[in-house]
Ligand binder design. Structure first.
Ligand SMILES: Nc1ncnc2c1ncn2[C@@H]1O[C@H](COP(=O)(O)OP(=O)(O)OP(=O)(O)O)[C@@H](O)[C@H]1O
Ligand SMILES: [Mg+2]
Length: 740
């Protein structure tokens, strides 16, 4: 039984979960949360990193699920969704059914109805609300993890809108919001009618400080010398962090490039500090990364062999998981990471070093990173169950920086969270979705909705009145909504666009493209049109490829669906979308080589890693889907053509490989090899001998057998081998905003 017992109102079976987790006593903020949870109150839990916030949410979930209720757990990132899903799935031992849902935003995902707990990204939750999935109205608990991200320009407004909607539509559901320590958690609690649990408690002692020269100065001004091994402060700080053989160091840097180069440099120094056992484990991990000609993968393998690794969005999900696992297992001693992904997930380290405290923003190339974010990075150090204590250091590059960093990041208090819903793109998207899904039916209801947002809780709404006015004019003139006897109703277009989960501006671009009559309609025409939508983050044209991209554009001028702009800034943006389309053309073999570009060719031409390719392809497939749907809506008859392009982009193939790709285990690389070996269609393959099939590079006997079994519709399977790795057949589920 958990020490002190649980309050009377709590469902008695919740105790069983504590046995499962092997937890017999609660941390103080957890204890303080039990009574309000049992009473069904809303909670905002604003406590430091690693203080066990998840457990508070899990208890609230179980307390309702054991009474037959359902719960939704909303997280900002796909990576975090997977982590929470795996933690929650442990509860299946208590009969709790847990589902993970992300991607495919044009789907009401009915299967989710049969689960007790659904873990979803904010975008997915928003899209489910837009589809008016009925079970959402029966939810008994809604958890919002990392709720301080209301402050985030990209994701904040979506999170704000879903919380506002739930508050309106399902006011009886218990809201549990988990937040980092922020300047105004009381304000969020006020907005959500929630009890605030705030505390400075941290189960594992975390010493914060500044690393400068060969000295660490901690928050209490005590100092500790580190040995000068290499003469470089960062390197010495890292070596000091692992010197006793059990510690690990996580270093945050602000660019991918320095992530990679620092890891490689470290890998040259580190092996002398590693045991034979470590080296064997590292060899295993590096082996699992697989063979590849892609430079970034080669770098990763070299780094891992030297006990270090890097972690950023250029790596694929699989590669990142390998790195995360290697670090959690303590085989990888030093990890260099960009903050976006790493700050959200459990990457425990004895010592965290933040190397860069500025980052590039368009308005300031050396913009200081907010305290809130630095504290999140600090918080990766000293996690319960992993380390007995933690240290979080920020690197000063010169003595004068020491005091500034101490004051701002060590002693400083995190900023206040400010609503970002007032931005035009956010208003445009969310106002349309409000009308289109009938959540608001006239201007009064629209203002009522706006008044119940966090934005309105913090600001006077007159500040956005003229922006709202402009957006209504835009939505009307582009025929997304219209007035009808005092009501605002959305048109079929408006409804479709809201459910497609695309920016109304993207829909305007796609509509213009569908209405165009180019001299030649080609694959490039379509790929360029989707690349020009606002939902696609384009590839930027740098000075050196300016001529090459514009040359390409003019040589394909007849195929363009959207006119080349006169205005200089718009022209530059247009070139970016041409470059993005050029990448997609390479991917599907519409290039000078006449063959699907390999990952290393794409890396050389566009500087994109496997993870970038994946996320760009996912978004492109999504926009192609939107274009197909809009073509149907407008009766343009282009749906089939767009579908074909979409299938090719999804798989990364020329048209001729389509039949081969339908086979299990055959992706773009193997399909190309089969085709080039003369096995150009399924009939020829059916007739081919096992020997011939197996002899094709990258196929081998097991896959050849599997293919033959699949092609032989009559006989018994020859033999099955389940261990054969499946070739990656392109993206599985699309995600628009993750890994931005
Ligand atoms: N009462 C407890 N006793 C022992 N360990 C606990 C307890 N509560 C939580 N933990 C462990 O503490 C670790 C950190 O918890 P959790 O991930 O919930 O932190 P968090 O507060 O969400 O931090 P972050 O802000 O970094 O997300 C987990 O490994 C969890 O199993
Ligand atoms: Mg957490």
């Amino acid at each position: 039984m958990v020490e002190g017992g649980l309050p009377g109102g709590m469902h008695p079976d919740v105790e069983k979960a504590f046995e499962l987790w092997d937890i017999d006593s609660l941390y103080p903020p957890q204890r303080d949360s039990m009574e309000p949870i049992a009473n069904g109150e809303n909670l905002v839990v604003a406590v430091p990193t690693a203080a066990g916030k998840s457990l508070i949410a899990y208890v609230a979930i179980l307390n309702q699920v054991f009474r037959g209720g359902k719960a939704l757990y909303v997280v900002p990132l796909k990576a975090l969704a997977s982590e929470k899903f795996h933690e929650l799935r442990e509860l299946s031992k208590l009969g709790v059914r847990v589902a993970l849902s992300y991607g495919d935003y044009d789907d009401d995902d009915k299967r989710l109805e049969s689960y007790d707990v659904v873990v979803a990204t904010s975008e997915k939750a928003d899209s489910l609300l837009r589809h008016r999935s009925k079970w959402l109205m029966n939810l008994k608990v809604i958890v919002s993890d990392e709720v301080h991200l209301l402050n985030d320009t990209g994701r904040g407004p979506t999170l704000e809108v879903i919380l506002t909607r739930f508050k309106q539509l399902n006011p009886d559901a218990q809201l549990i919001c988990l937040s980092a320590t922020i300047g105004n958690s009381d304000e969020i609690a006020g907005w959500l009618d929630a009890r605030l649990i705030s505390s400075d408690f941290r189960p594992v002692d975390l010493k914060e400080g500044v690393l400068e020269g060969n000295c660490i100065t901690y928050a209490d001004m005590s100092r500790s010398e580190i040995a000068s091994v290499t003469g470089n402060t960062l390197t010495d700080g890292i070596i000091d962090g692992i010197k006793d053989g059990t510690g690990q160091v996580l270093v945050f840097v602000n660019t991918r490039r320095s992530c990679e180069s620092s890891a490689e440099q470290m890998a040259r120094i580190l092996p002398e500090h590693l045991s034979d056992h470590d080296l064997r484990d590292l060899n295993d991990i590096s082996h699992k990364v697989g063979r590849s000609d892609v430079k970034i993968i080669k770098k990763l393998k070299r780094s891992i062999m030297g006990g270090t690794a890097f972690h950023h969005a250029g790596l694929s999900n699989e590669q990142r998981s390998l790195v995360e696992r290697g670090f959690k297992d303590k085989s990888i001693k030093v990890l260099f990471a960009t903050p976006t992904l790493a700050a959200g997930i459990n990457l425990p380290a004895r010592r965290v070093i933040v190397r860069d405290w500025t980052r590039f923003e368009t308005w300031n190339p050396r913009s200081p990173i907010p305290i809130l974010e630095i504290k999140q990075m600090f918080g990766r150090a000293g996690r319960p169950r992993y380390d007995p204590h933690g240290e979080a250091l920020i690197l000063a590059r010169k003595p004068e920086e020491q005091d500034v960093l101490m004051e701002r990041y060590v002693w400083g208090k995190p900023e206040e969270v400010l609503s970002k819903l007032g931005s035009r793109p956010a208003l445009r998207t969310h106002l349309l979705s409000s009308f289109a899904t009938n959540y608001v039916r006239d201007l009064d209801e629209m203002w009522e909705f706006i008044r119940s947002t966090f934005y309105a809780f913090q600001n006077d709404t007159w500040k956005i009145a003229s922006d709202v006015e402009d957006i209504l004019v835009f939505l009307k003139s582009e025929e997304f909504i219209r007035d009808e006897g005092g009501k605002v109703v959305s048109t079929d277009l408006g409804k479709r666009v809201a459910r497609l989960y695309i920016d109304p501006l993207s829909a305007v671009v796609l509509r213009n493209a569908l209405n165009a009559e180019p001299k030649k309609l080609t694959t490039f025409s379509i790929l360029h049109a989707i690349s020009h939508t606002t939902d696609i983050k384009p590839l930027f044209v740098r000075g050196k490829d300016h001529d090459h991209v514009s040359e390409f554009m003019y040589s394909h001028e007849d195929e363009l669906l959207l006119p080349i702009p006169e205005d200089q800034t718009e022209y530059e943006w247009y070139l970016n979308s041409v470059k993005t389309a050029m990448f997609l053309m390479e991917w599907i073999g519409e290039n000078s080589e006449g063959i699907e570009a390999s990952e290393d060719r794409i890396e050389t031409l566009f500087n994109l890693g496997p993870g970038d390719i994946r996320s760009k392809i996912d978004t492109a497939v999504w926009m192609l889907y939107a274009m197909r749907e809009l073509s149907r809506l407008f009766g343009k008859g282009m749906a089939k053509t767009v579908d074909l392009v979409s299938m090719r982009v999804e798989k990364g193939i020329k048209k001729e490989l389509i039949p081969l790709i339908s086979l299990k285990g055959i992706g773009r690389v193997r399909a190309r090899r089969l085709y080039d070996a003369g096995l150009t269609d399924l009939d020829i393959m059916r007739r081919a001998s096992l020997k011939k099939l197996s002899a094709v590079e990258g196929i081998g006997k097991q896959i050849a057998l599997q293919v033959q079994n699949e092609l032989r519709s009559d006989g018994e399977p020859i033999e099955e081998d389940e261990d054969e790795p499946e070739e990656d057949n392109g993206p599985k589920q699309s995600l628009l905003f993750d890994f931005a």
